[in-house]
Ligand binder design. Structure first.
Ligand code: NMX
Ligand code: MLT
Length: 423
């Protein structure tokens, strides 16, 4: 039965050749222009990056290898990783093979726990996760292969090895952080016969073995998998990977970006906002009170977490998928009811406010309600769950980028005086 390495071994050379021929023949074709405003505004909309794992369409949202995310929500995260990497969903034999790889590689080295235990007890869980990842850098198979002189067309092979090792271990590390950081008792051992998400749910020790909780974790891991190449975590990972740093460096760099409140940390900020509002009004406020609350937040100079997006111009389909899951399983939950009321109120307020390009909710507006419902009330942990999932996209992008033999990323910067000379 072919494994991922065999499958990619057939596909990657063909992808790389196609790209190289296109660049050789049409390298001077102009594909994007840059305005002066875009130089300042975070290169928004500039098409200057290659990413084949997924695409975010402003009016449609995330499309993974041609498939809208909404059609993938019942797939296992392992299937999604396979899809991101190869462009195809695995058949059951290929899925079993990948799950077997995870199972074989899943043991977390004991020094990782030593590192985590040595950290101050109030460390943010994202700091713990990233330090755990970095601590394993010494095991990088890419680093060893590079040092022993492996050739460029084969860089992706040991990068894939690193990706599989890292992804196999992440659920146990992330669950261990949850139990350690919030004093939930000893770590729970993984079950080598369980799937990646099911094992994560088991090791968190939440949800009293409720099968819906495990399904929720699988769903959560599937839906946060990737969001093309330009978001901060993917872009950062790509840049670091392009220096031939190994995946441990590159993924932790990317996830450090995810830990910002304008990116993945927005899920924690959103739940914090919801809980503060529930507390202030001793329950779900009416829409007028809520409007006032949203205006107060805006007037204080803060953003409304979970709303707005740099690319999307519609409600994020991932938000809709979360809401559908929540409405199906626990429609009466007060946190969820407030998330619904915010959805009814915030877009109009943001439109009236007049600053935001897109007033619609993104994934982070809904994801925390689910976790909270299951008793995961420690909202500063939520970005770790996002990170475990997003590591799939970062890893898949990095493997393919190595396969395509992309050079070091190095755009040109300019001075303000140069900009003013262009006017
Ligand atoms: N609340 C208040 N102001 C906002 C919001 C918001 N939710 N969204 C954008 N703005 C402001 C933004 O700060 C900017 O102000 P200024 O001109 O003073 O700098 C202005 O509106 C224009 O920004 P946009 O062009 O609409 O958005 P941009 O592409 O710069 O930023 C986000 C996109 C997602 C960073 C921004 O919408 C935001 O800060 N949202 C809240 C945080 C959030 O939900 N982040 C999660 C994104 C998804 N993820 O998981 O990573
Ligand atoms: C993401 O999932 O990475 C976010 O929606 C942010 C983005 O795409 O810019």
């Amino acid at each position: 039965m072919p494994n991922l390495r065999d499958i990619l071994g057939r596909k990657i050379p063909a992808w790389a050749t196609e790209l190289r021929e296109m660049v050789n023949e049409h390298g001077d074709t102009v594909v994007s222009e840059v305005t002066l405003a875009q130089v300042y505004r975070g290169m928004r909309g500039v098409k200057g990056l290659l990413c084949n794992t997924s695409l975010v369409e402003p009016e449609k949202g995330l499309v993974v290898r041609g498939i809208p995310i909404i059609e993938l929500t019942e797939r296992l995260p392992e299937e999604i990783f396979f899809l991101l990497l190869t462009g195809d969903l695995p058949d059951s034999a290929a899925l079993t093979k990948l799950q077997g790889e995870y199972s074989e590689r899943g043991e977390v080295p004991s020094y990782v726990w030593d590192v985590l235990e040595a950290m101050p007890v109030d460390s943010h869980p994202m700091t713990m996760l990233n330090l755990a990842i970095l601590s394993m850098q010494r095991e990088s198979k890419f680093k060893k292969a590079y040092d022993s002189g492996v050739k460029k067309p084969n860089y992706w092979v040991s990068t894939l090895e690193d990706a599989l090792d890292l992804l196999a271990r992440l659920p146990e590390i992330a669950a261990g952080i949850y139990r350690m950081r919030y004093e939930k008792g000893p770590r729970i051992e993984r079950d080598p016969d369980l799937d990646w998400g099911g094992n994560f749910a088991r090791m968190l020790g939440v949800g009293d073995d409720d099968p819906v909780f495990a399904d929720m974790i699988r769903f959560y891991l599937t839906i946060h998998c990737d969001h093309e190449g330009g978001n901060v975590s993917a872009f950062t990972c790509h840049v670091v990977n392009s220096t031939l740093s190994d995946l441990y460096y590159a993924v932790s760099a990317g996830l450090n970006g995810l830990a910002g409140p304008l990116h993945g940390l927005a899920n924690q900020e959103c739940l914090k906002f919801v809980l503060c509002t529930l507390e202030r009004f001793a329950g779900v406020p009416d829409d007028e009170q809520l409007k006032e609350e949203v205006w107060d937040t805006l007037h204080s100079g803060k953003v409304i977490p979970g709303y707005g997006h740099s690319v999307l111009r519609v409600t994020d389909p991932r938000f809709e998928a979360f809401r559908a899951f929540e409405m199906k399983h626990f429609p009466e939950d007060p946190v969820l009811r407030l998330v619904s009321r915010l959805f009814a109120v915030v877009p109009d307020v943001l439109k009236e406010h007049g600053k935001v390009t897109s007033p619609w909710p993104n994934i982070d507006a809904a994801s925390g309600a689910l976790l909270y419902h299951y008793g995961m009330t420690e909202f500063n942990y939520y970005t770790v769950l996002f990170a475990v999932s997003r590591a799939m996209g970062l890893c898949a992008q990095a493997v393919i980028s190595r396969g395509m033999m992309e050079p070091i990323t190095r755009p040109k910067s300019v001075e303000t005086s140069w900009l003013s000379d262009q006017i």
